[in-house]
Design a protein. Structure first.
Lengths: 200, 324
């Protein structure tokens, strides 16, 4: 048996001996011990609820058909409240909003004329009837929102953390510019999901 | 020798440690962070096929403004138009909002007043009244669109028996209406047009007085020459001291014209048109030899010649046209 084979044999033997030793505790003959009891590790939960259940999609925050210049896309659910229903506090910077899945083909001439404003605020009504803004976290065209704010990495920071059990209401306002040209008649913006997301 | 074995034992322990770590890591999956998102789905915006007309949304640029009016079937700002050319000559006076895709040619002591649009790249003829603006730009004139049911839903039947002069009087022929050729001539006497449905003619000649007495704007359509055999292409004629008057709403005369056959408008010889809109994007218009024309005239070409005035003192921006 050459030397390298000898070494490998020794390594394998010792490894098995250690593994067996860990299980069987054969190192000691005489022994005494003091236990630290109650050690455990349990994971927390990180869940976000917009009112329909954890992670379940909520109703549109803007929806407008047959729009004419000056129309808004306000819906009865333009002011969702997002609640941290998990057990883990979400740190500032880990609670963001961004454009999610997009279906259909947006007409950029139209989306250039639609402004999107997302505000953080207070209120109890999903229809925004009592919403009071405390901060505007995004204002731009729908084109910009769809093309430049469409991932966690490029998401808008809500500017707050969200402790376990805490909730935060937002308002999403959309408007077709009052000076939108005739060239945007009969166009569509695509169907756009807006994601609120928390991470730990 | 003992040292050598210790090193091997240590290396083996390190190997086992790494092995256990890998097992622990792969079973715990600690490469991912906790996360959850809530989408608001179904958000969308679609625009109406036709925005409602909004006076506050009229562009400030004169060309864009005119196109905006046309897109809402409104006459708009330009009321004296020869899309190919405008010629003003021999003492003629033209005042109003003037527009052409070609040039405005003036000769012989004329007066041209008002905002004036020349065609892009054409000589920039300016009004010869002080403080009047000139611009350049191209505007396509929309075609006349006949009401889909005009062949059956019209006021032509009102013209039958319209001549007030009895058969046995030598002046018979004051008013001539031929329902077959759809030609109407008002000669010497006067005719008052009534009714809410449009008139659908091939030729209208006014040598007498044509009164139009309708609350809503009366519409007189002149059909395309292809549908009017035997009446010539001079489809709208006011001559020999003829007058067109209205009592209520300002009437509109719409010439369908043709892509292949020239049609024309002739207003000449001491005539008066006291409030009218003539919209004829495929017809050539001539106003000459003593005239007073107050209203809008929109044609393919416009020649104004001799002593007289073409003007627009009426507020016709929102006058609705049968165009597309």
């Amino acid at each position: 048996m050459n030397k390298s084979k000898q070494n490998l044999f020794i390594k394998v033997f010792i490894s098995l001996a250690v593994l067996i030793g860990l299980g069987a505790g054969i190192y000691g003959a005489f022994q005494a011990s003091v236990s630290s009891t109650g050690n455990q590790f349990a994971s927390g939960t990180l869940t976000l609820d917009g009112g329909n259940g954890n992670g379940v999609a909520i109703s549109p925050v803007y929806l407008k058909t047959n729009a004419v210049p000056g129309d808004t896309g306000a819906t009865a659910t333009s002011c969702p409240s997002l609640q941290n229903t998990g057990s883990v506090n979400v740190a500032n910077g880990d609670f963001r909003v961004y454009a999610g899945a997009l279906t259909g083909t947006p007409d950029s001439d139209l989306t250039d004329e639609i402004t999107v404003t997302i505000q953080r605020g207070t209120g109890t009504a999903a229809d925004c009837s009592d919403f009071v803004s405390t901060a505007t976290i995004y204002s731009g065209t729908l084109t910009d929102f769809q093309t430049n704010v469409n991932s966690w990495a490029s998401a808008i920071d809500t500017g707050i953390g969200l402790n376990a059990a805490a909730a935060q209401r937002f308002r999403v306002s959309t408007e077709l510019s009052a000076s939108a040209p005739n060239t945007v008649q009969g166009k569509q913006s695509g169907t756009q999901a807006i994601n609120w997301e928390v991470r730990s | 020798m003992i040292t050598d074995y210790r090193q091997k034992i240590l290396k083996s322990l390190a190997f086992v440690f790494l092995l256990l770590m890998l097992i622990a890591i792969s079973s715990a999956g600690i490469f991912g962070a906790f996360q959850q998102n809530v989408p608001a789905s179904g958000n969308q915006f679609t625009t109406a096929a036709n925005f409602p007309f909004d006076p506050g949304n009229v562009p400030s640029d004169p060309v864009e403004a005119q196109e905006y009016y046309y897109s809402y079937n409104r006459l708009g700002l330009e009321s004296i138009v020869g899309s190919q050319s405008i010629t003003v000559q021999n003492g003629a006076t033209v005042t109003g909002n003037i527009g052409t895709n070609g040039t405005v040619t003036t000769t012989g002591g004329t007066t041209v007043c008002g905002p004036l649009r020349n065609g892009t790249g054409n000589p920039n003829q300016t009004p010869n009244c002080p403080e009047q603006s000139a611009a350049q730009g191209q505007i396509s004139l929309p075609d006349v669109v006949l009401p889909s049911d005009i062949a059956t839903n019209n006021s032509n039947s009102r013209l039958s028996g319209a001549d007030p002069v009895p058969n046995n009087v030598w002046q018979r022929g004051n008013i001539t209406w031929n329902p077959t050729t759809r030609s109407l001539r008002v000669n010497y006497s006067s005719l008052t047009l009534l009714g809410t449905a449009p008139y659908f003619l091939c030729r209208l000649e006014v040598s007498g007085v044509l009164n139009i007495n309708t609350v809503a704007p009366a519409s007189i359509f002149l059909d395309s020459p292809e549908n009017c055999p035997g009446v010539g292409t001079d489809q709208l004629v006011v001559n020999q001291g003829g007058q067109i008057n209205h009592n209520d709403a300002i009437p509109g005369f719409y010439l369908k014209g043709s892509a292949t056959t020239n049609t024309s408008i002739n207003l000449s010889g001491g005539i008066q048109v006291n409030g009218a809109v003539i919209y004829a994007p495929r017809s050539n218009a001539t106003i000459s030899s003593g005239y007073y024309y107050n209203g809008a005239i929109v044609a393919k070409s416009l020649l104004v010649s001799g002593g007289g005035t073409v003007t627009n003192t009426l507020n016709l921006n929102n006058y609705l046209l049968p165009i597309n």
